[in-house]
Write a protein that binds this ligand. Structure first.
Ligand SMILES: [Zn+2]
Length: 276
């Protein structure tokens, strides 16, 4: 595992996980281990201050570290099916799953102390951060769904398309529209994810990954966020398997069933939590 945390001259901005070498098992049966890296551009430390991370930076790190775990725990025969080489709508499960830890008190208590006084992050502040994440979340959800519907409407066309795109667009996302569309606007022409961003017919995967990560994390919430047995099962059934089997088969082996949207709705505060 290689960590490249801070910006320097000539380094690309942003954050990502990368593999210098994937995992595979060679002809002699030797398990060739992966070389995985998390690249970030975190605020640099200065002479007076250590590198104090923003919540966003912590979340980004957890996200990329989730991808890294997928790479590092890989244990499959072929490199092309190893680690993060999974179906498009499954690749963000390990990364988004890890983001859940960012507002978990038991996790924050392991490292989030004031750099001068050593005081832990107050519970009340953590609760407020968790709550603020749900600001406008239902509207954001419907917006994501509407984009997914529009993307799918284009990619399920079977004949050459010559109609007016404005009414086409309106009809495509009608079911998920919360507010009336502004006149003379058209999302399609500026929606690069659909036409050129590589997401063709896969835009829904953003929301789908949230369904998966919330559902998976709900098992940890129930058993304890550091529960070894649950973590081992997540590793054995999902993280180590790469793309060797259908994602739903892997997921069901971990979860004992298909995911539902309940955990996501509960996390978002849209649905009341069940007592269990
Ligand atoms: Zn990601």
């Amino acid at each position: 595992f290689y960590a490249d945390f801070h910006p320097r001259k000539g380094k690309q901005g942003g954050a990502w996980m990368t593999e210098y070498q994937g995992q595979w098992i060679d002809k002699k049966g030797e398990n060739v281990r992966p070389h995985v890296s998390v690249v970030m551009n975190l605020t640099k430390p200065t002479a007076e201050k250590p590198a104090l991370l923003t919540l966003g930076e912590v979340e980004t790190f957890l996200h990329e570290f989730g991808h890294s775990l997928h790479g590092m725990f890989a244990n499959t025969r072929f490199e092309s099916l190893s680690g993060t080489n999974v179906w498009w709508d499954f690749v963000e499960l390990p990364s988004q799953f890890m983001e859940n830890y960012a507002v978990e008190k038991d996790f924050l208590r392991t490292f989030a102390f004031h750099y001068k006084t050593g005081e832990p992050l107050p519970d009340e502040l953590i609760d407020r951060i968790a709550k603020s994440r749900n600001f406008m979340v239902a509207y954001g959800c419907m917006r994501q769904v509407s984009f997914g519907l529009l993307d799918m409407a284009y990619y399920t066309q079977s004949k050459p398309f010559t109609d007016d795109i404005i009414p086409f667009e309106k009809k495509a996302w009608e079911k998920a529209m919360v507010l009336p569309q502004l006149p003379d606007t058209c999302m399609t022409v500026q929606f690069s994810h659909i036409m050129a961003g590589g997401y063709a017919a896969g835009y829904y995967s953003y929301k789908w990954a949230e369904v998966l990560d919330a559902d998976a994390f709900s098992v940890f919430k129930k058993n304890g966020i550091f529960d070894k047995k649950t973590a081992q099962s997540f590793r054995d059934n999902i993280l180590s398997k790469g793309g060797t089997e259908h994602p739903m088969t892997l997921y069901k082996r971990f979860r004992g069933g298909e995911p539902t949207i309940d955990a996501l709705l509960e996390r978002n505060g849209i649905k009341k939590k069940q007592d269990c």
